[in-house]
Design a protein around this ligand. Structure first.
Ligand SMILES: [Ca+2]
Length: 585
């Protein structure tokens, strides 16, 4: 039967309309680009938060873990500056110019160690801003050597590195009650005369609360001012970096929890990690550092850990406020929240063994300082109301007039079950939790992801999820290609791109290739080799029995070190030279 031509035209038109309708509804159904919130903690070990085995109360992080994905083999780069550099730029830190610290004044400053972000990198802020995201940074920055309040050159400060708004500290550490180089945007401010944020009545200024408050404010104001536009928010807490300072009500929650010392806490964490499936039951627990029965002042020693726990507890409370603000703004469903830590537990002995162990006097002995003063001292000599800041064994850490670290033995507990600490690239220095929570984008609720990942992957993930273009050049300067890979396949239970991962910090070196890890301590330290699947606690060195594999991996590490400006390094001896005078030991 012949179909009249006009009828065929009508059928064709209807079919086209139907097709267009399907296309249009698919376009409507495509989810909008997610907001991305990175929550970074400072100097915290693998086992500290609850959902990674700790007894510290972190219900908000635990809830994110229950509704999202926990990575069991995620890595940082073992120290503040390089980790932040790597996170922000998607490069190995040496490529961006910060292979060591921003305040390293060693004379040899080859390309990998210029102490400032170079012109061959961009930050996630820059890339996502260009892709139409609102971009916000809160908290610790620590990727520039320009740390004077009136620095003429602020080209590596947050507002000049892709962020629309910033509140936080440009320097690496400071008092929680009077932070060093606190800034709003480019301007250094005093927390005590800041018209835009004051703590609730009766509460002191406390940096962790201010960070949380400001993060919530940026989220709310973004919703009001740019509805429908996605945002990137980088929240870099300074908890639980020294000094151990916390609010009394939080410290009180942990009173007595650590009175039995290191061993029972470490053992309990080890057992919980096994129960949670985070570690393999066949792995040995690494040796414990510190003997509780030899500790002379147990109350003082336990107090350090009580305050540390209180600092993380308060951070978690503020993460809860951030999550609630997202929920209130109906943003939580399409926000990717990533929680991670910049390096392992910190063995540095700041304030623990001073020349003089002073005692607190019964009245303030120093002149008051004006509320308007800009604090520039990492370790203030006094509080604003005239109390000298004290360290040593005659003061219990916690209040504003104390400045102490929690010490190597507790850092060893933080890093359960692993060896070593911040600075080093054995697993205790570089293993971090990564919690990824995104209701609309991650279906694997409460699951563990066992593929390795690294800070360099955050840029690649952001570029992928935002549909952003990573630039080849900026202002005529070539930009290094991203080193990482998007984590999105892992969100869907798929394999990540196969690659090797590399580390160097202060001559400590490492590489991951499949299940194998090459690692060495100090510039002249000998290479060790571990099978991480069988022995992630690095207790059984296989370098002698796997000499061919060792040689092959060493060659790969050397090629990476040359390509990524790791070598020549500022340490003695130079790489490959025998141990000698001046070697760091
Ligand atoms: Ca750190």
């Amino acid at each position: 039967m012949r179909v009249p031509r006009f009828l065929r035209a009508v059928v064709l038109a209807l079919a086209l309309l139907g097709l267009l309708t399907v296309v249009a509804s698919r376009a409507r159904a495509a989810p909008p680009r997610p907001n991305i919130v990175v929550l970074l903690a400072d100097d915290v070990g693998f086992s500290d938060i609850g959902c990674y085995g700790g007894e510290i109360h972190t219900p908000n992080l635990d809830a994110l873990a229950a509704g999202g994905l926990r990575f069991t083999q995620f890595y940082n780069t073992s120290r503040c500056c390089p980790s932040r550099t790597s996170l922000l730029t998607g490069l190995y830190a040496h490529q961006a110019g910060i292979g060591h610290m921003t305040d390293d004044f060693s004379p040899m400053l080859s390309d990998g160690y210029v102490r400032d972000l170079n012109e061959h990198c961009v930050t996630i802020g820059q890339v996502l801003h260009a892709a139409g995201y609102g971009t916000y940074a809160v908290g610790k920055w620590h990727v520039t050597k320009e740390i004077a309040p009136d620095a003429a050159d602020k080209h590596n400060w947050p507002l000049h590195r892709g962020f629309d708004r910033y509140y936080g500290t440009i320097m690496g550490a400071g008092s929680f009650f009077d932070p060093a180089l606190l800034c709003r945007g480019d301007k250094a401010i005093s927390p005590f005369t800041d018209a835009e944020y004051q703590p609730p009545a009766g509460q002191p200024y406390y940096y962790t609360d201010a960070i949380g408050d400001q993060a919530c404010r940026f989220i709310r104001e973004h919703d009001e001012q740019s509805p429908g536009k996605p945002f990137f928010l980088y929240v870099a807490f300074t908890a639980a970096h020294w000094p151990m300072q916390a609010l009394p009500e939080d410290i009180a929650k942990y009173k007595g929890v650590y009175d039995a010392g290191y061993e029972p806490i470490r053992r309990a964490r080890f057992e919980r990690e096994k129960k949670l499936g985070l570690i393999d039951p066949s792995w040995d627990l690494s040796p414990q550092f510190g003997q509780w029965d030899k500790v002379a002042d147990k109350a003082w020693e336990a107090r350090g850990m009580e305050v540390y726990a209180a600092m993380l507890d308060r951070m978690d409370q503020n993460i809860g406020r951030i999550v609630q603000t997202l929920r209130d703004g109906k943003q939580l469903d399409n926000t990717l929240l990533l929680y991670l830590q910049d390096n392992g537990g910190n063995y540095e002995a700041t304030g623990r063994d001073p020349k003089e162990n002073l005692r607190r006097t019964d009245h303030a002995t120093l002149p008051q300082q004006p509320a308007t003063m800009i604090q520039t001292q990492m370790r203030p000599k006094q509080t604003r109301d005239g109390w000298p800041v004290l360290d040593g064994h005659n003061v219990l850490p916690g209040p504003a007039d104390t400045y102490l670290a929690y010490g190597k033995s507790w850092a060893n507990v933080s890093n359960t079950p692993f060896r070593e600490y911040k600075h080093f690239v054995h697993e205790g220095g570089i293993a971090t939790p990564l919690i990824a929570h995104w209701p609309a984008g991650i279906s694997r609720k409460g699951e563990l992801e066992r593929q390795p990942g690294h800070l360099i992957d955050l840029m690649a993930t952001c570029v992928d999820l935002a549909g952003a273009a990573y630039p080849k050049q900026v202002d005529g300067h070539d930009i290094y290609p991203m080193e990482g890979t998007s984590l999105r396949p892992a969100f869907d239970g798929q394999p990540l791109a196969s690659r090797s991962l590399f580390w160097e910090h202060e001559g400590n070196r490492a590489m991951r290739q499949g299940d194998w890890k090459l690692v060495a301590k100090y510039p002249a330290g000998k290479w060790e080799l571990y099978n991480i699947a069988a022995d992630r606690t690095e207790m059984h060195d296989l370098s002698a029995s796997e000499s061919a594999r060792l040689a092959s991996m060493v060659r790969d590490w050397e090629a990476w070190a040359k390509r990524c400006q790791v070598l020549p390094w500022p340490w003695k001896p130079q790489y490959g030279q025998p141990a000698g005078a001046g070697e760091k030991r």
